[in-house]
Design a protein. Structure first.
Lengths: 161, 173
């Protein structure tokens, strides 16, 4: 019994080491794992902005606002003029990006927001856009949609203001 | 009634010992892990962002599981489908399923409703929603039980282990 447990543990260890080595090798062979939250921000491609800065861009119509939340939340309440590209599920997100790619690559800057400061959906979507060939800065509302709403800036949707 | 009961009992006993149905479950579980791993390995960056959304481990540590977990799932899937090192692979899989169930439960309690990114069922068919909910926790518990069953099974039909054992190349306990 003890020998069997030892064998299972040895095999489990082998599987974990093999997987770790494969993961590291794949990451070396196909470089591309740049962690969105750190490396891309450091490179300056994803720029966090406050609700006030976002409002200035909104008032000047200089940015296209992208809502990275789900369709239900978007319909309920959103920043006026924002388009909806949910960050997940991935397949839906990719389809929506392809459908809106012309608008996204237009003259205006991109500003993405999601549901709460820790949601991560904005970074996820921004990372995906960069990966798909978007080559300009992407602004991300750092305190997310609640900061916009709490600042009293306009919203639209079924819930209205 | 009594005969039916004993027939059902016998069927369960054979299933637990290991028969064709156990092998089918084994292949299903292996393919599921393989699918899940390949999808994650194709975009480890997005998988990293997903791990971050769970808020279970510090952000600075996120790249490590984002790189390793997809390949761990692929290796486990291959071993389980082939039927090699089944007990070790099943043990790791049970631990993984329990950890996933824990991560889902924590976020369920927090009131999160984001897509769990577990099996990407949306790629198979529309309407297969995987938003965080109690059903996903239950699913993981059921999967854990199936992996435990696999661990305890003594006979693995159509497996590499059985092939090697028949040729005296492997001695199973």
């Amino acid at each position: 019994m003890r020998q069997m447990t030892r064998e299972i543990m040895r095999d489990a260890f082998f599987i974990v080491i093999l997987s770790t080595l494969l993961g590291i090798a794949a990451n070396i062979l196909f470089p591309g794992y740049e962690f969105i939250g750190s490396s891309r921000s450091k490179e300056g491609m994803i720029v966090p902005v406050s609700a006030r800065e976002a409002h200035i861009k909104h008032a000047a119509s200089s940015a296209l606002f992208v809502d990275a939340r789900g369709a239900a939340e978007y319909s309920s309440q959103r920043i006026p003029g924002a388009i909806n590209i949910p960050s997940s599920p991935a397949s839906l997100s990719l389809r929506k990006i392809r459908e809106s790619f012309d608008a996204l690559k237009g003259d205006r800057e991109l500003l993405i927001y999601c549901g709460d400061p820790a949601c991560g959906a904005s970074d996820e979507l921004a990372g995906r856009l960069l990966k798909m060939g978007y080559d300009r800065h992407i602004y991300v509302l750092k305190e997310a949609f609640p900061s916009w709403r709490e600042a009293g800036y306009p919203t639209e949707g079924e819930e209205g203001r | 009634m009594g005969t039916m009961k004993s027939a059902a009992k016998n069927m369960m006993r054979e299933f637990a010992y290991g028969n064709g149905a156990t092998a089918a479950v084994r292949v299903f579980l292996g393919l599921m892990l393989l699918w899940s791993g390949v999808i994650k390995a194709l975009d480890t960056e997005v998988f990293g962002a997903l791990i971050m959304r769970y808020r279970i481990i510090p952000d600075i540590l996120v790249p490590y599981p984002a790189i390793v977990i997809p390949y761990l799932e692929i290796v486990l899937g291959l071993f389980i489908v082939a039927g090699y090192k089944i007990r070790a692979a099943a043990s790791i899989s049970v631990l993984m399923m329990i950890f996933y169930a824990f991560a889902l439960s924590v976020n369920l309690v927090r009131g999160e409703t984001f897509d769990c990114g577990c099996l990407h069922l949306d790629m198979i068919g529309p309407g297969l929603d995987e938003r965080i909910g109690i059903h996903l926790v239950v699913r993981n518990v059921i999967l854990s039980l199936l992996f435990i069953l696999l661990y305890h099974a003594k006979n693995h039909v159509r497996s590499v282990e059985q092939y090697l054992e028949k040729r005296g190349l492997l001695k199973l306990h």
